[in-house]
Design a protein around this ligand. Sequence first.
Ligand SMILES: C[S@@+](CC[C@H](N)C(=O)[O-])C[C@H]1O[C@@H](n2cnc3c(N)ncnc32)[C@H](O)[C@@H]1O
Length: 191
Amino acid sequence: MTSTVTGGLPPAYHRILARSQDLQFSMNSDVLTGTLLRSLAASKPGGRILELGTGCGLSTCWLLDGMPSDASLVSVDIDATFQTVARDELRADARLTLVRQDGGDYLTDASGSFDLIFADAWPGKFSHLDEALGLLAPGGIYLVDDMLPQPNWPAGHAPKADALAAHLQALPGFAVTTFQWSTGVIVCVKR
Ligand SMILES: C[S@@+](CC[C@H](N)C(=O)[O-])C[C@H]1O[C@@H](n2cnc3c(N)ncnc32)[C@H](O)[C@@H]1O
C-alpha cells in the first residue's frame, strides 16, 4: 500500500494552483491532506463546514469536491488578494460562502455549530483554539495540518507547533489521532 491520490483531483485544482503560484503563495495544503479533507467532508451530509484560512482556495476545492450537495462551507481569510482567486474559481458553487475577516473575530462572533473545522490560519489554531473547539457539534471533526517541520516555517515556530500538538493530544472530550503523514496532521473528533 502506498500513500496516493485516489479519485482524481478536484476540477478547479490546477487553475487554483497555477494562480497561487503566480501570486507566489506558498502555503497551499498538499494533495494528501486534500484527499483527507475530501473524505472527511464526504462524511457530513447536511453538514456545516468551516475553513479558517482560505488562501487561494486549494483546500477549499478539496472540501467542496467531497461535500454532499446539502452540506455548506464557510471559508474565512483576512487577505483579499489570495481569497479573490477562490472567489473567481469557486463562485459557481452555491454551497460555499467566502468571508473576508480576521479569523479570530469570526470565531468570537460565530453562532451555531460546525461539523468539520479545518483550522489553517493562526486564529483557530495558535489563538482562539477554545473558540474553534467550542463551535464543534458532537461528532464534529477539528483538523490541523503543517504540524511537522515545514520549509516555510518562520524561526521559532517549531516549539509552538510542538506545544499545540501536545495540547491537542491531551484534549479531554475528544478522540484524537496524530498522523506523521502529509505535512503532519492531527484530527480531533468531539465526543
Ligand atoms: C496556510 S494558508 C491557507 C492555505 C489554504 N487553506 C490551502 O490549503 O490552500 C493561511 C491563510 O491564513 C490567512 N490568514 C493569516 N492571518 C489570518 C487571520 N488573522 N485571519 C484569517 N486569515 C488569516 C492567510 O492570508 C493565508 O491565506
